[in-house]
Design a binder for this molecule. Structure first.
Ligand code: IDP
Ligand code: MG
Length: 140
């Protein structure tokens, strides 16, 4: 195993319910370090660019609307096997299918407002981190 970095978003449904502290405690409890973090309002262009791979999907417009509907917290997480570990503690995309104890099972409202984003590969993590953070904003 190797120390990796992954990209995380606490989505608008998390900030709306003031769950950022609680979710960060879960992240840190799993052994992942939050090495960068900022609260932002995503622009429509940022949301469309970030979720560009989904632009042909029927839910794309709604997803962009949701992601720009309120503040989000973008983060860089660091730790052993961080990409897979974060996906594991997030749980499945649809909270109804997410394993008990996972962030999405505990906090998510539905398949769209599912509380957190996490990169699905090391390669995508690098691209996603670079989309929101400059190197000197990440302090490991
Ligand atoms: P992931 O976030 O678990 O990697 P993706 O398939 O990459 O899931 O989808 C990106 C995001 O798009 C999801 O987290 C969720 O917010 C939204 N999404 C995915 N599938 C649906 C759907 O069927 N309906 C509405 N929103 C969806
Ligand atoms: Mg994904």
């Amino acid at each position: 195993m190797a120390v990796e970095r992954t990209f995380s978003i606490l989505k608008p449904d998390a900030t709306a319910r003031s769950l950022t502290g609680e979710i960060n405690a879960v992240i840190e409890g799993a052994g992942l370090k939050i090495v960068a973090q900022k609260r932002i309002r995503m622009s429509q262009a940022q949301a469309e660019g970030f979720y560009g791979v989904h632009k042909e999907r029927p839910f794309f417009k709604d997803l962009v609307k949701f992601m720009t509907s309120g503040p989000v917290v973008v983060q860089v997480l660091e730790g052993e096997n961080a990409v897979a570990k974060y996906r594991e503690i997030m749980g499945a995309t649809n909270p109804y299918n997410a394993a008990p104890g996972t962030i999405r099972r505990r906090y998510a409202s539905n398949i769209e407002a599912n509380t957190v984003h996490g990169s699905d590969s090391l390669e995508n993590a690098k691209t996603e981190i670079a989309f929101f953070f400059k190197d000197d904003e990440i302090v490991g």
